[in-house]
Design a binder for this molecule. Structure first.
Ligand code: HEC
Ligand code: HEC
Ligand code: HEC
Ligand code: HEC
Ligand code: HEC
Length: 374
């Protein structure tokens, strides 16, 4: 009975809302909505992300206008089609909306970037769920000899479980594959390669199943995390996909950082990965010079803003793995403490973008910490 009541009141609510589509989803998917609202995807517009805003302010403008809309706010059709930006509901509440992601039908590969092919079917969404391939349409399931009817599947929309892109993670690649500047130079350097042999996908690593029902009707134990596990959230759990291997040598030791994901780490312009090493020897603590993983973009050998770059004068990103050497010989009894973390932007990047006052952007976010005893 509770369900029937809930169901009809929700339908009433749903039908009175037209703008802000994602809010409609909130009625039945409240947990997923709240996570999404706090995610980098909801925050991808210039109005919500000060780093993006600062970069766009400095970016040269031409008649194409705000070309970033293609990936940063594709749900704002005005900005997407005309390049003209305005602070509207979509930019603020759903620049990459629920329906946008769940309507990506296919990905067309492109030279400077890929293109999302979006389905024009209204209220029919794609998703992945093992064992559920085949379209689901709403029906009422009768129990108690027909006295109680409970909704099965969704009364608001159809679901298509047959789109392979949602199983492989390819659904993310329309925006994440590469973003080349005018000189054909990729400024995001994710360098991802999806293979059938991968144990994990973009979705299993960045949208893991966490506790809480995915929908109010039909309770489930878990749902796919829509806050996106990564830099903003759950960074500490991402270390699971990174290993440290230590080897001693004559004048010190080296750490082989092994990347178990299917892409390069820390490739976004101005981003930095940092490996800190500290040795506890007796009652002394020795702090070693940290190693920085980054890509410095340049033109004619001089560091420039990402849109001007045609080369990288430094590339210490972690592709499959990277060996980092430290010049301090390890002794018996030493405790080596390794911490790998990420900063959304480097201190130098913050200065270039005029963002050095807000410490949030250069905060060190721990991905992995491990102690080795010798
Ligand atoms: C009136 C309630 C209701 C509204 C509103 C609603 N949904 Fe749903 N949704 C459901 C139900 C019920 C399911 C089925 C869950 C199941 O089969 O276990 C579902 C399932 C889904 C699924 C597939 C989940 C799965 O793995 O089975 C997706 C994706 C989805 N909804 C997206 C959306 C989006 C996007 C919106 C907003 C545009 C939305 N929903 C609005 C009730 C709703
Ligand atoms: C082809 C898609 C695409 C286009 C076009 C694009 N971006 Fe991005 N951008 C991304 C993706 C994907 C990320 C996240 C990458 C990551 O975290 O590694 C991103 C991240 C960023 C970041 C880092 C944000 C942060 O908080 O760390 C900035 C800044 C940025 N983009 C600026 C721009 C600007 C300015 C434009 C337009 C001139 C633009 N982007 C156009 C896909 C794109
Ligand atoms: C960045 C793209 C993206 C956005 C934005 C997004 N989703 Fe999803 N969503 C996905 C993917 C991919 C899956 C498949 C997860 C899986 O296979 O477990 C998914 C799964 C789901 C599911 C099923 C959950 C489960 O555990 O099976 C529901 C329901 C859902 N999304 C609703 C929403 C709603 C509501 C919003 C907006 C508040 C939203 N999504 C925004 C990509 C997105
Ligand atoms: C095996 C787990 C795993 C898989 C699979 C995976 N990732 Fe990651 N991803 C990580 C880890 C670990 C990081 C580094 C921690 C961080 O920055 O969030 C990361 C970082 C990222 C970042 C931030 C990069 C930056 O500039 O610092 C983006 C964007 C990203 N992943 C997207 C994707 C996409 C798209 C896919 C699918 C092609 C994918 N990931 C597949 C584990 C994974
Ligand atoms: C419509 C384009 C688009 C799609 C589709 C998309 N992303 Fe993103 N993603 C972005 C943009 C733009 C950013 C950077 C937002 C910002 O910080 O300004 C981003 C940021 C990220 C980040 C880095 C920030 C963080 O939260 O750690 C990760 C990881 C990520 N996306 C994973 C995914 C995964 C996994 C998928 C597929 C399920 C996906 N994205 C689908 C556009 C997209």
């Amino acid at each position: 009975m509770r369900y029937i009541f809930l169901f009809f009141t929700t339908l009433l609510f749903v039908n009175t809302l037209t703008a802000n589509e994602s809010k409609v989803c909130k009625a039945c998917h409240p947990i997923i909505y709240d996570e999404y609202y706090d995610s980098s995807h909801r925050n991808a517009s210039i109005y919500n992300n000060p780093i993006h805003n600062a970069m766009w302010e400095k970016h040269p403008k031409d008649e194409d206008g705000y070309t970033c809309a293609k990936c940063h706010s594709p749900s704002d059709l005005e900005a997407l089609e005309t390049g003209v930006l305005s602070k509207n509901e979509t930019q603020v509440h759903e620049p990459i909306s629920c329906t946008y992601c769940h309507s990506i039908k296919d990905i067309k590969e492109g030279d400077s970037s890929n293109v999302n092919i979006v389905s024009d079917k209204k209220r029919e969404y794609y998703t992945a769920e093992d064992g559920k391939k085949g379209k689901a349409e709403y029906e009422m399931e009768s129990s108690w000899f027909g006295f109680v009817k409970e909704p099965k599947s969704s009364p608001f929309h159809k679901i298509d479980y047959d789109n392979e892109n949602y199983y492989s993670g390819n659904v993310c690649m329309g925006c994440h594959s590469h973003a080349n500047n005018e000189h054909g130079f990729d400024i995001t350097m994710l360098d991802a390669l999806i293979s059938e042999d991968d144990k994990n996908s973009c979705v299993t690593c960045h949208m893991p199943q966490v506790l809480g029902s995915k929908v109010t009707i039909n309770e489930t134990k878990t749902h796919a995390y829509h806050g996106i596990a990564g830099i903003y959230h759950k960074s500490g759990s991402m270390g699971e996909y990174i290993d440290f291997e230590i080897s001693k040598n004559s004048d010190g030791f080296s750490v082989n950082v092994i990347n178990k994901s299917n892409h390069a780490l820390f490739g976004q312009a101005f981003r930095q990965g940092i490996l800190k090493a500290e040795i506890k020897r007796g009652n002394k603590t020795i702090t070693l010079e940290p190693f920085i993983f980054e890509r410095i973009l340049a033109k004619d050998g001089v560091e420039v803003m990402p849109w001007e770059a045609n080369e990288a004068i430094k590339d210490t990103l972690i592709y499959a793995k990277r060996e980092v050497s430290f010049k301090e010989a390890l002794q018996s009894g030493d405790r080596l403490n390794l911490t790998l973390g990420v900063q959304r932007i480097s201190k130098e990047g913050a200065k270039k973008l005029g963002l050095e006052l807000d410490k949030e952007f250069t905060k060190f976010r721990v991905l992995k910490n491990e102690v080795f005893n010798f």
